[in-house]
Design a protein around this ligand. Structure first.
Ligand code: ME8
Length: 517
């Protein structure tokens, strides 16, 4: 077996009740950036995404569309795959819960839970929100003026009464708390961890894990009157995709436990409470981390179909460009917090940070190399203190960015890169290489070399967020494609003087606002 370290990360699998929107694109984007970062940093990465195709919510949506549920899920799931390719997501696998491999894995984990004595048959009577596919206690609900009961998520609940299998979740509270205690970074950010801790400390009820009143799901092994609760089915996708029930060899042995389940804050409880309890009960290891990010609003409004303000990621990208949107989404908000999308904020970041700060830096430097150095990487002389300070900042960047990415601090990682971009712009202004052409060409060569080398660092490190623009920038520095991993940031990777570079082309156009909203 190779000793290359592995990194297994997953997105939620999205319900196929509706078209993908910016929220779905955001979670998968964050994972894509991390997957690309880890690959460039030498890891054997497995990046999983997919669609959650069973359950009452999907069944109802299929009925509303007048379609058979399988035909309906085939159609909607394709929209998610199309978005993934449009956004150039680099997932290694796209799982659909209607696949045979998944049905096998679900039935296998069910049997393990049953053998372990963690499942019993009883009757369920309680409140259920189809929109959330979740059960709620009476004390969690509020009543509207017209007498409807509403879950904390805003979803309407209905009374459900039927025979049901239960999972003995109540028996797992102490073991979950011990797991959280032993693994302080299991739930990030910390504020979310505290929420989960107090939920579990408040005592856990057994969980209804089967339904009998509809059919669109995985049959319970041994009692086909029941289908498995859609969340037990859905969560199992994370092990299906690494070959469960085969655990001794193959991908499971290689990649499990997952390094990261990335989720939105709405579904943290399922991932940080139910899922590790299911896994421990089945004798399997829990994942290493669940990160719950925040919620996007649109110009201050909750994104919802009923208000008609759903942001279509494809429209956004057609308007602003893929890398620009990728950058904005991860730069605008401290990852974990809620964020508000606005066209003004988007255009400001595109023009200020991409076109001005970074784009101009590269454009100015590369044009000077083109004009004043015969289009070749110049040969530097001895570096002075100003040169060494800037080079030192660039050389320190990988370690800083890596530490931030390891805690999913995307915006901080981008800020760290921009600190060096701004420092490089300050250096250009101070050193004024355009003046040196006549006065001191040898010094000009040194200054332009330092700048080209710093731009190489910046472009390499920004690749995960903006793969196309950075590939273009690295092409313009004639960095060979096999010298674009982070290994090239170490010794021996520096630009080779004399290398011919092509005529420069802007990586980031300025966005001219044509009276947008
Ligand atoms: O919950 N802002 O699927 P789902 C940020 N099938 N992220 C958002 C968002 C917004 N406004 N809206 C959606 C499910 N998301 C289950 C998951 S996993 C085993 C099963 C993102 O289609 C965010 O990641 O409702 C959220 O957790 C997810 O989409 C919910 O997707």
């Amino acid at each position: 077996m190779s000793d290359q370290p592995t990194y297994y990360l997953t997105t939620p699998i999205y319900y196929v009740n509706d078209a993908p929107h910016i929220g779905h694109a955001y979670t998968t984007l964050a994972c894509d950036v991390l997957a690309r970062f880890k690959r460039l940093d030498g890891f054997d990465v497995r990046f999983l995404t997919g669609t959650d195709e069973h359950g009452q919510k999907v069944e109802k949506s299929a009925q509303a569309a007048g379609m058979d549920p399988q035909a309906f899920t085939d159609k909607v799931s394709k929209n998610f795959r199309d978005l993934a390719s449009f956004m150039k997501f680099s997932h290694d696998d796209f799982i659909r819960t209607t696949e045979d491999r998944h049905i096998r894995a679900c039935q296998a984990i069910w049997k393990k839970l049953e053998e372990a004595g963690d499942i019993y048959l009883d009757n369920y009577g309680g409140w259920y929100a189809v929109r959330d596919e979740a059960f709620y206690g009476e004390d969690e609900l509020t009543k509207t003026a017209d007498g409807k009961r509403i879950a904390p998520s805003g979803a309407e609940v209905e009374w459900v009464e039927e025979p049901s299998y239960f999972f003995k979740l109540s028996a797992w509270g102490d073991r979950l708390l011990a797991y959280y205690e032993a693994n302080p970074d299991f739930i990030l950010p910390d504020s979310r961890r505290n929420e989960v801790l107090s939920f579990v400390k408040g005592g856990l009820n057994d969980l209804s894990i089967s339904r009998t009143t509809f059919k669109w799901g995985v049959p319970v092994p041994g009692n086909e009157e029941h289908i498995m609760y859609v969340w037990l089915d859905a969560l199992t996708n994370y092990i299906t995709a690494v070959g469960y029930p085969e655990t001794e060899t193959g991908d499971y042995a290689k990649y499990w436990p997952a390094d990261l389940h990335m989720v939105g804050k709405d579904i943290l409880r399922f991932h940080a409470v139910y899922w590790p309890a299911f896994l421990m009960a089945a004798g399997l290891e829990p994942p290493k981390r669940v990160f719950a990010h925040g919620w996007w609003t649109n110009e201050g409004q909750k994104i919802s179909k009923s208000t008609g303000n759903v942001i279509d990621p494809i429209e956004l990208i057609n308007r602003y460009g893929l890398d620009q949107v990728r950058y904005f989404l991860l730069r605008e908000v401290p990852f974990g917090n809620d964020g508000d999308f606005s066209h003004t904020a988007m255009v400001n970041r595109m023009n200020g940070e991409l076109a001005n700060d970074f784009g101009n830096l590269a454009q100015r430097v590369l044009s000077m190399v083109g004009k004043n150095c015969d289009g070749k990487i110049p040969t530097p002389g001895t570096f002075d203190a100003d040169d060494l300070a800037l080079l030192g900042q660039a050389h320190g960047l990988l370690a800083a960015v890596r530490a931030l990415m390891d805690r999913q601090g995307f915006n901080h990682a981008l800020e760290a890169i921009w600190v060096v971009i701004r420092a490089a712009n300050g250096y250009v202004d101070r050193q004024a290489p355009w003046k040196l052409k006549k006065e001191d060409p040898a010094r000009m060569a040194t200054v332009l070399y330092v700048l080209a080398e710093v731009i190489r660092h910046l472009a390499l490190l920004a690749q995960p967020v903006m793969p196309d623009a950075m590939s273009k920038m690295l092409d313009q520095l004639s960095v060979p494609t096999d010298a674009r991993s982070f290994k090239a940031l170490g010794e021996g990777g520096a630009l080779v003087p004399g290398t011919v570079i092509p005529a420069p082309e802007g990586a980031f156009p300025r966005f001219l606002d044509e009276g947008s909203t």
